[in-house]
Design a protein around this ligand. Structure first.
Ligand code: PLP
Length: 468
């Protein structure tokens, strides 16, 4: 058996390099990475990140890279924030854990009050989870439970959209609709109906841009009529689809769908795992950006800026009140997690919220125009079909040719090629088949946005050279 180094943190020079090699080998031999391909599962060498500061991370070779995707849309306050690290240490020394089964703690109570103050009117309760998948899973199981208690056990179908991503637990993953999400995976498909992706750039053939919103709303109406409102429990949507390629839906789409949900007693669940905590310039984007009043909002990621795995569901108090008044006081919502309401997670979320309220939200709002226009300029490049986005999230979609806008074939791995070139030049991007997604830490400055856009432009130009 290979000798396993106990700690590599303090070593320098040749010793550090040796330890780094050892780490690569250990990971390759023993670590099963998330989202692996079966051809390399359990035997994959991924680039290792050693440190971070602000918008930058440092890789094992000592190269400093702009963290273009902020990890996975989550390091909103930036890397290496002393305030966040200190509050976690202080909370762990005060109370590192308490059982949420029959106790609570101060950070969870305080955070709940603060979040209720930011959420749309009426969403005044929070159920904490360990991340986004468990938040979506919780919202869906709550809908099922509530309908069972209300004596309408048939009303449990879930409506989602093609292109969506809602998580990796069984039920949340069943809502996903991106290429490859379900090719080899099982799921609860019989409980889900998927609508057309609201992507104006890839509308169904024959649908004009001005008619696209009507088309999408009519499709949902049709589904309600065909399936029956009495069988549909919830509609789930990311206000801006993130991992599907930063899809900003047509104006008015979300509000019109919300109205249909209200008319048919279908719960509207806004999955704000990405769009909350400043990504669109507000703590929650539903009401402030889209004029929406969902019945539930799921969140995670930016709530702790990725410093601690925490997520949750904002739930309308009215829904809880209905259960309290039901005839089934004996019915248990048999759902909870050992780490629900974790005191360290809630403490760091409170400090993160301070940072957002004390200038970071304002900064994100003020810088987003420059971010969007700098990336939009990449549409000059012949490989780029569209650059789209909102707030501090954007996507560069590459196409086979600019006349047809046909997608490139998967095997060209254009997103990965761009990422590889950009990494050489000092930028991490998130490749998604033919697309590159950018969602940097909200702390990014104007000149850092310029650096990021310049590297991305060069990365795309080099990729164009590869393809000739
Ligand atoms: N919902 C959305 C919109 C997401 O983008 C993600 C993750 O990227 C999730 C849910 C799942 O979150 P997690 O990976 O924290 O379980």
């Amino acid at each position: 058996m290979a000798a396993i180094p106990k700690s590599t943190g303090m070593q320098g020079g040749a010793m550090a390099e040796e330890a780094a090699d050892e780490l690569t080998l250990l990971a390759e031999r023993h670590l099963v990475q998330p989202w692996p391909m079966s051809g390399s599962i359990g035997a994959e060498a991924r680039g290792r990140i050693e440190g971070g500061e602000g918008i930058y991370v440092t890789d094992a070779a000592g190269r400093r890279l702009i963290d273009g995707p902020a990890g996975m849309w989550c390091v909103n306050a930036g890397h290496r924030r002393r305030e966040l690290a200190e509050v976690m240490a202080a909370q762990a020394m005060e109370l590192s854990y308490n059982s949420p089964w029959y106790t609570t703690n101060a950070p969870a109570a305080l955070l709940s009050g603060r979040l209720a103050g930011h959420a749309p009117d009426g969403l005044d309760h929070v159920f904490y989870t360990t991340g986004g998948s468990s938040a979506v899973e919780t919202a869906l199981r709550f809908m099922q439970f509530a309908n069972n208690v209300k004596g309408r056990g048939e009303k449990k179908l879930i409506v989602s959209r093609q292109g969506a991503y809602h998580g990796s637990t069984y039920l949340s993953a069943s809502l996903n609709g991106r290429p490859r999400d379900q090719d080899w995976m099982d799921g609860a498909g019989e409980q889900v109906v998927k609508l057309t992706c609201p992507n104006p750039f890839r509308r169904p053939e024959g649908v004009a841009a001005v008619a696209f919103c009507d088309y999408l709303v009519a499709e949902f109406k049709d589904v309600i009529e065909t399936v029956g409102a009495e069988r549909i429990g919830a509609f789930v949507a990311e206000p801006v689809m993130a991992s599907g390629g930063v899809i900003v839906p047509p104006d008015g789409y979300l509000r019109r769908i919300r109205e249909l949900c209200r008319q048919n007693d279908i719960l509207f669940i806004a999955d704000e795992v990405v769009t909350a905590f400043g990504r669109l310039g507000h703590v929650f984007a539903s009401q402030e950006v889209f004029g929406l009043d969902p019945d539930m909002i799921t969140f995670a990621k930016g709530v702790t800026s990725g410093y601690f795995p925490l997520g949750g569901v904002m739930i309308a108090g009215r829904l809880l009140e209905e259960l309290r008044r039901s005839n089934h006081s004996e019915a248990m919502f048999a759902h909870g997690l050992t780490y629900s309401s974790h005191p360290v997670g809630c403490a760091v979320a409170l400090k993160n919220l301070d940072l957002l309220e004390d200038g970071l939200l304002e900064h994100a709002r003020s810088i987003s125009g420059h971010f969007q226009s700098s990336l939009k300029a990449l549409e000059e490049l012949p490989l780029v079909g569209e650059v789209r986005g909102m707030g501090l999230m954007a996507c560069v979609e590459c196409v086979a040719d600019r006349v047809s806008n046909n997608p490139l074939t998967l095997d060209l791995e254009v997103g990965k090629r761009i990422d590889n070139h950009c990494q050489e030049l000092g930028l991490l991007v998130r490749p998604l088949i033919n697309m590159c997604v950018m969602s940097p830490p909200l702390t990014i400055s104007t000149s850092q946005i310029d650096d990021m856009a310049a590297i991305l432009r060069r990365g795309i130009e080099l990729t164009m050279d590869d393809l000739v």
